[in-house]
Every structure is written in structure tokens, then in C-alpha cells.
Write a protein that binds this ligand. Structure first.
Ligand code: FES
Length: 146
């Protein structure tokens, strides 16, 4: 009887232990995120493939790589100096711009329907791996023009 109770308790503990190990492995698996590639074409035509992280904005990826992106409002959707042209093959895969982004895009230098987006509002996720954007020749800072 004693040995049966000990065996039963050991079996339960082993099951719990394997459940914990299994959950830890799954958490590790889903938290290990691969870098997300973004192709930037600069104002002078250079093509650069940069790596970003899940939930990082496209603006942050470009600015961290010292590209010529002013981002005067630091990503608060208030300046339009992070304006980019999204490759037409990618534009439709992006979330629809918010009203605030559209308001800023209306004021952006060189706005192009079906291409223009604010890179601070483009948040990376694995589905955007390979996203292609081009930096416009100029930007207009709506923070300084108010
Ligand atoms: S950084 Fe200002 S609107 Fe994007």
C-alpha cells in the first residue's frame, strides 16, 4: 500500500513537471522572434536591407540605421517627416491608415495615393518581412509650420 501511494505521488509529480517543461518550451518557442527585413531605397537611390524587430516601427528601423529620416515628432504622428513611399506590392498588405495618419499625409511633401505612408505608423510584424519602402526626396515638417 505504501509503495502504491509513493508511486502514485511520483507519477503525479512527473506529469506536473513535464507540463511545466512543456509550457516553458512553448513560451520560449513563441518568444524567440526572428528579425524582420525592411528594404529601404534612400533619396540617392541606394538600396539597403535593414533588420527590425517585431513591434518596432519602420521609422525606428531607418532612423537607428542613420538614414535621412528626421522623425521630428518622434513617432507621434504630428510632423510627416517620416513619410515614405511603400512599394505597390506591399501597400495593400498594410493596415489601413488611421484618420490622424491620413490628416498628416495630406500635408506631406510629395504625397502619392496608393504609396504614401508615415513610417512611424507602420509597425513591423512577421508578415511584413521583406517590406519595401522608398524615402522621398524631401519632407515637410508640420510641427515647424504651425
Ligand atoms: S515621426 Fe512625425 S509623423 Fe512620423
Amino acid at each position: 500500500m505504501f509503495l502504491t501511494n509513493v508511486r502514485h505521488k511520483l507519477t503525479i509529480r512527473m506529469r506536473r513537471f513535464s507540463q511545466v517543461v512543456c509550457s516553458i518550451s512553448l513560451v520560449h518557442l513563441y518568444s524567440t522572434k526572428s528579425p524582420i527585413q525592411v528594404e529601404f531605397t534612400t533619396q540617392d537611390g541606394k538600396v539597403l536591407n535593414l533588420l527590425g524587430k517585431d513591434q518596432q516601427s519602420v521609422m525606428e528601423v531607418g532612423r537607428d540605421a542613420k538614414l535621412d529620416i528626421e522623425a521630428a515628432c518622434d513617432g507621434t504622428c504630428a510632423c510627416s517627416t517620416c513619410h515614405v513611399y511603400v512599394d505597390p506590392t506591399w501597400y495593400g498588405k498594410l493596415p489601413t491608415p488611421t484618420d490622424d495618419e491620413n490628416d498628416m499625409l495630406d500635408l506631406a511633401w510629395g504625397f502619392q495615393e496608393g504609396k504614401s505612408r508615415l513610417s512611424c505608423q507602420l509597425v513591423l510584424n512577421p508578415e511584413l518581412n521583406g517590406l519595401k519602402v522608398k524615402l522621398p526626396d524631401q519632407t515637410s515638417n508640420q510641427l515647424s509650420s504651425t
